[in-house]
Design a protein around this ligand. Sequence first.
Ligand code: GLU
Length: 177
Amino acid sequence: MCGIIGYIGPKDVVPVLIDGLRKLEYRGYDSAGVAVVKSGAVDLRRSAGKLSNLEDVIDNAPITGDYGVGHTRWATHGGVTDANAHPHLSYDGTVAVVHNGVIENYAILKRQLQDEGIAFVSDTDTEVIAFLIEEAYTGDLVAAVRETLAQLRGSFAIGVSAVDQPELLVAARKDSP
Ligand code: GLU
């Protein structure tokens, strides 16, 4: 079972996300990552393996942000790789998604998006969520998430950040703790 954390507030976001992920380590995981937003752009750091691997990645290539989301992954779709670790970004990089659980109908959704010409960069079922939210997003992130969730089958929890929403993190779950 993975862990999800999101933060908006006055503190430096990366240490808050890492501390939160450390508290969730007991749940078990195989990779970890964070996405933070600064000046309208998302910065992403992810690593397969222990949280300490992610901390090494961040030490080697530091990031700062005003808000963001973090995740510890327990792979169900796609191998344990940096590229499959969460968060996942929408195709234009404006929406970051972390996800716990399984999207049962991801293959059909993925094929529909690929038919529209959208290229996937991971093997996860999660990436479809980020892409669908971006397609539905016209300024109301909650509405875009709702529209996306209506297309998903399975059990899941998600956390969503968007580059133009510095005061909003959207969380949702279905049949998942
Ligand atoms: N199904 C997603 C994946 O394989 C999320 C797994 C999880 O719950 O961590 O990336």
